[in-house]
Write a protein that binds this ligand. Structure first.
Ligand SMILES: [Zn+2]
Length: 233
């Protein structure tokens, strides 16, 4: 299961009802934020997904409209009681920008791990999604992100009823663990169907069209792609 929330779609011009571009993703109870312009935490507060489970922040690039919200958000995550480290992904130069912004957010009760990614790099999010980046075509180093998430095989409730598995034990089988019913053991394979195709989504912003992006987003179920036009367009 993966939930995607577009916190803002206003490109580089925030309006009262249309904040800067930012996207929040939730899978397996873990949150990952894509870009963090000024005011991102205000939008996050509106939707009540919480702050403490924010495990990763993925930055496309280091322009202010994509990163200036970081210090305030890091403080709010601290106030929410987080102690586990948070990972910040971004293009080369991210460490220097995060260090600079942290001059005004120096003390945090959790670690901040910065991972600078290069074209083609892969990484894994806490919720189990596998990430991959390609270089976007912007004026500065810019990353486009793709996430792939495996799906568990479908659960067959009719078969579970036939085998006499009580409903409270269904979730155990769904997790892939056997259960004991009336002295006998029921294996997950008895109530789970074929393996299902995974889910893929991509976040692409501030880029001209490019072959690398086309390759990255090929076959995704959801593509969030935002662009503004040049003056002569
Ligand atoms: Zn930009």
């Amino acid at each position: 299961m993966i939930d995607v929330l577009l916190l803002g779609t206003g490109a580089m011009v925030p309006l009262p009802d249309r904040p800067l571009s930012s996207l929040l993703m939730r899978s397996g109870g873990s949150l990952a934020l894509f870009d963090c312009g000024e005011g991102t935490q205000v939008q996050m507060r509106k939707f009540h997904w919480g702050f403490r489970r924010l495990d990763a922040i993925c930055l496309s690039h280091l322009h202010a409209d994509h990163v200036a919200g970081l210090p305030g958000l890091l403080h709010t995550v601290a106030n929410a009681g987080r102690t586990a480290p948070i990972r910040i992904y971004g293009p080369p130069g991210t460490r220097a920008v995060v260090d600079g912004l942290r001059v005004i957010a120096a003390w945090l009760p959790y670690g901040v791990e910065v991972h600078e990614l290069l074209d083609g790099d892969r990484f894994e999010l806490v919720g189990g999604a596998r990430g991959r980046v390609r270089d976007a075509d912007h004026r500065v180093p810019c990353l486009a992100y793709r996430l792939d998430l495996d799906r568990e095989p479908a659960f067959d409730p009719v078969r579970a009823e036939e085998l006499g598995v009580p409903r409270p034990l269904w979730s155990v089988l769904q997790r892939g663990e056997p259960v004991t019913v009336e002295g006998g053991t029921i294996q997950p394979i008895q109530v789970l169907g074929e393996r299902r195709q995974g889910i893929a989504c991509a976040y692409v912003t501030d880029t001209r069209p490019s072959e690398a992006i086309r390759e990255l987003v090929h076959g995704v179920d959801l593509l969030v792609s935002e662009a503004t036009y040049a003056h002569d367009d």
